[in-house]
Design a protein around this ligand. Structure first.
Ligand code: GDP
Ligand code: MG
Length: 733
């Protein structure tokens, strides 16, 4: 008989490690329908008919985060045969909170206490027989990392699933609460199965907002809530939470023996004392990030990208003195030798290989970066980064974890966007995906150099100002988006766990790197391929002397025609000129194309990276303000196809993808408009109606932002950490 096992546990409890150990390579990675949460499924080694689901890591089954919703919806509606609850043995008290909730679902539970190697090392002891008796479910000790106890756990789970009289774990609350629960259970409709009644009754008492999505009939239990609140003098939700903790501490007392520690500090605590130290935290963080960045973006990374772009997808490269031609060279020779038509040759070489190659060229660099990220994530340092940066980032509606994607995004937006996967909260992740590409990436640097050189005499401030515009766009977007309906609603209660430091395994790090890299390569094969073909077509075809054909001169191409049609849209930004519009379009393939396109359009053919040849022509066609507005537009608007592909992939939802691209382009338009209009006034001291309107809009927007920030501060919403929890009043870190 087919059996389904669900792995449930807190983030970082070792679920994925156990999942990998239990399934080996027999696994499929996907997404839960319509959301960005990763879904992993596999078959238990040696059992063809035992399916294992790796559920998202959660601290509780409340409906605050997307992960919690995904996990609980799965458990409630799919009803796996057994829940394998993984508990971090070094953190058992906190982990049991989720356990108490899993036990209410009416599904058999097997508990695997993980990290027993660390527990033993700390000198602590766990009495599992006692624990099993108290919880009413089987318990095994395992170490997913060292591979001990995994076979026993698997056998136990299969045996539990196959046993006839299923033992359901139940824990009892205090008498008053149990009495009320009984009353609430009797009010539930017939749709609720007997074994699920307890779960729904408790959720009703907790005033769970998402119940209407799960139940057709939600009974009114105001009276019961009033009764228990009166009896125990607290609000119903807190009563349930308190009783859970009381229950947990009664278990811990009798089952867990903590070794007396001389200074009560584990190695992790000692490391954290330095790493998250008030003064040292930032310098250490900066040093680590510098190292990661230095290796994966500049030194080894540059070498890898050059090898891929100029070697494999370029002229060729050499290995031990052996010259290996690049793919374009090979293909060109092949196509010429078989006498392939010119247009087809151009499509394959310039269109497909040129376009997709430009994107795939980033893959080696990304793989290096992903290895670092996977390592930092698995060893537990990423959680500390979030902790360190959170104070700053919370202020404008982003999470501390947004910092890493943005830092990486300054090299290339694609891995930056993909790095946002480490952010658990869906809301924070979406926000990060939408704003990461505002930070100028490496490919935007040539545009900056071009504009600075052509119109500002190479002034020193142009490049830093581009970064400043990027950072300001991120900050303002955070503040603005937070106020929209899309990102409104309860900010998830801020739960931050600092897992103990671990030495990650090579297989886990490599696997995580490979998952990310391969999903990017897949993207290059679809959306990016299609887009490059379309642009190639637009660039190379057009109407010449009355007929539609391939054109020699890009001036006659469809791209130029489209540039001409859309140019008026950009007139208010100061560059309503078809050459500029066309350059912005080709920038969608890769931002460095902008400079190249200007080269072609101004009749210079190939130009240097900073386009020094065309500085004169550019300077004579637009004003400095207009050029700066063009620069800003290209910095902020929809990124290149590769990055758009990454956004689509990470959003996993077309609507959100369009929202992101639309927002970026809209913001780019508005900011460039403001820059041009205001800049023109300063330059010419000439006030037009357009300028006045723009000025009014800007004043309104800025004062709106300031007012909302002030209101938040006044309302006592913790600006510090975004946390509204009662215990800390916002000062938990
Ligand atoms: P998940 O978030 O629950 O999927 O947790 P992971 O499987 O990614 O594990 C988090 C970290 O704990 C990784 O660095 C693992 O190598 C480490 N880890 C997992 N199981 C054990 C274990 O039994 N002992 C030790 N020492 N480390 C473990
Ligand atoms: Mg995991």
């Amino acid at each position: 008989m087919a059996i389904t096992i669900a792995l449930a546990g807190n983030p970082n409890c070792g679920k994925t490690t156990l999942f990998n150990a239990m399934t080996g390579s027999n696994q499929f990675v996907g997404n839960w329908p319509g959301v960005t949460v990763e879904k992993k499924e596999g078959k238990l080694k040696g059992h063809k008919d035992v399916r294992i689901m790796d559920l998202p890591g959660v601290y509780s089954l409340s409906p605050y985060t997307l992960e919690e919703v995904v996990t609980r919806n799965y458990l409630i509606s799919e009803r796996p045969d057994v829940i394998l609850n993984i508990v971090d043995g070094t953190n058992i008290e906190r982990n049991l909170y989720l356990t108490t909730q899993l036990m209410e679902l009416g599904i058999p539970v097997v508990m695997a206490v993980n990290m027993m190697d660390l527990v033993a090392k700390n000198g602590d002891r766990l009495h599992i027989n006692q624990l099993s008796k108290k919880l009413g479910c089987p318990v095994v000790e395992i170490s997913a990392l060292k591979g001990t106890g995994i076979k026993e756990a698997a056998d136990l789970v299969v045996a539990t699933a196959n046993s006839k009289d299923k033992m359901l774990p139940v824990h009892k609350f205090g008498n008053e609460l149990e009495a009320i629960l009984n009353k609430v259970e009797s009010k539930l409709g017939a749709e609720v199965k007997e074994e699920q009644k307890r779960f729904f009754a408790i959720k009703l008492l907790e005033s769970d907002e998402k119940l209407p999505e799960l139940l057709e009939y939600v009974p009114d239990i105001t009276k019961e809530i009033e009764e228990i609140e009166e009896q125990l003098d607290d609000d119903a939700e807190s009563i349930v939470t308190n009783e859970r903790y009381q229950y947990i501490s009664s278990i811990i007392k009798s089952c867990y023996e903590k070794k007396e520690r001389t200074n009560n500090q584990t190695l992790s605590d000692k490391i954290d004392k330095i790493v998250t130290n008030r003064i040292l935290a930032l310098p250490i963080f900066a040093a680590i990030m510098f190292l990661v960045y230095y290796v994966s973006v500049t030194t080894v990374g540059t070498w890898a990208t050059d090898w891929a772009n100029d070697g494999v997808f370029g002229e060729g490269w050499s290995l031990f003195g052996l010259d290996i031609p690049g793919i374009p060279v090979l293909v060109e020779n092949l196509l010429t030798s078989i006498g392939c038509a010119d247009w087809l040759q151009s499509l394959i070489l310039d269109g497909i290989i040129g376009g997709v190659g430009a994107v795939l060229g980033f893959v080696p660099q990304m793989m290096i970066l992903f290895i670092f990220l996977a390592f930092l994530e698995a060893c537990g340092y990423m959680a500390r980064v979030a902790f360190i940066m959170d104070r700053v980032f919370r202020k404008f509606g982003l999470s501390g974890k947004s910092f890493i994607p943005m830092l990486i995004g300054s090299g290339c937006g694609v891995p930056g966007i993909m790095a946002s996967r480490t952010i658990e909260s869906d809301r924070d992740r979406k926000m990060t995906i939408m704003t990461t590409t505002f930070i100028p990436c490496g490919a935007k640097l040539p545009i900056i150099a071009l504009i600075a050189g052509a119109l500002f005499d190479g002034a020193w401030w142009v490049a830093p100002s581009a970064y400043f515009v990027g950072i300001a766009a991120v900050v303002c977007s955070g503040i603005i988006l937070k106020k929209t309906k899309l990102f409104a609603g309860d900010v998830a209660p801020f739960v931050m766990e600092l897992p103990a430091y671990h030495m990650p395994t090579i297989t886990n790090v490599m696997r995580s790197m490979w998952e990310r890299a391969s999903s990017f390569v897949k993207k290059a094969g679809t959306i990016i391929l299609l887009s490059t073909i379309v642009i190639w077509f637009l660039q190379n075809f057009g109407f010449t002397s009355g007929s539609f054909a391939m054109v020699e001169d890009m001036n006659d191409s469809l791209l130029a025609a489209i540039g001409g049609v859309i140019a008026p849209i950009f007139a208010p930004l100061g560059w309503g000129n078809w050459k500029f519009a066309s350059a912005a379009i080709t920038g969608l393939i890769a931002k460095e194309n902008v400079v190249g396109t200007f080269g072609v359009l101004y009749g210079f053919g190939e130009v240097a990276e900073d386009g020094v040849e065309i500085w004169g022509s550019l300077a004579s066609s637009v004003s400095a303000t207009a050029a700066y507005s063009f620069l800003v537009f290209n910095l902020l608007c929809a990124p290149c196809f590769a990055a758009m592909g990454a956004i689509k992939r990470e959003m996993n939802n077309t609507k959100w993808f369009l929202i992101a691209i639309g927002y970026q382009t809209g913001l780019a338009y508005v900011v460039s408009l403001v820059i041009y209009q205001v800049g023109t006034v300063f330059a010419s001291r000439n006030v037009s109606i357009g300028t006045v309107t723009t000025a009014l809009v800007v004043i309104a927007a800025v004062s709106g932002i300031i007012a909302t920030m002030a209101r938040d501060r006044k309302a006592g919403k913790s600006i510090q950490c975004g946390c509204d929890c009662k215990d800390c009043g916002g000062g938990c870190h």
